[in-house]
Ligand binder design. Structure first.
Ligand SMILES: [Zn+2]
Length: 93
């Protein structure tokens, strides 16, 4: 068990299993801004201002002026005989 204020990496699953869309929607996302020119990036999950980082980066590298904000959600599915109802990738028979 982790001490208070620390993350127990053993129990944190980076690819949690989901069974339906509601579970997928409940998984927290990770976000970052990246420079399209050099792929340098900055985490913005903690509420940092992405355009501020872009302005600072462009000040250092004036030719780097294009950026993208990326949001990522990792998850895992386990196939079974019947597709879970409401699953994003559900196949029709
Ligand atoms: Zn750059």
């Amino acid at each position: 068990m982790a001490e208070e204020g620390t993350v127990d990496v053993v129990t944190v699953n980076p690819f949690p299993e989901i069974k339906n869309r509601m579970e997928l929607d409940s998984i927290p996302s990770r976000g970052w801004i990246e420079c399209v020119n050099c792929i340098e990036s900055q985490d913005v999950t903690d509420g940092r201002d992405p355009d501020e980082w872009a302005l600072e980066h462009s000040a250092l590298y004036p030719s780097h002026q294009r950026y993208r904000i990326v949001s990522q959600v990792n998850f895992r599915v386990v196939p079974s005989g019947v597709a879970p109802s409401g699953f994003v990738g559900e196949r029709t028979p």
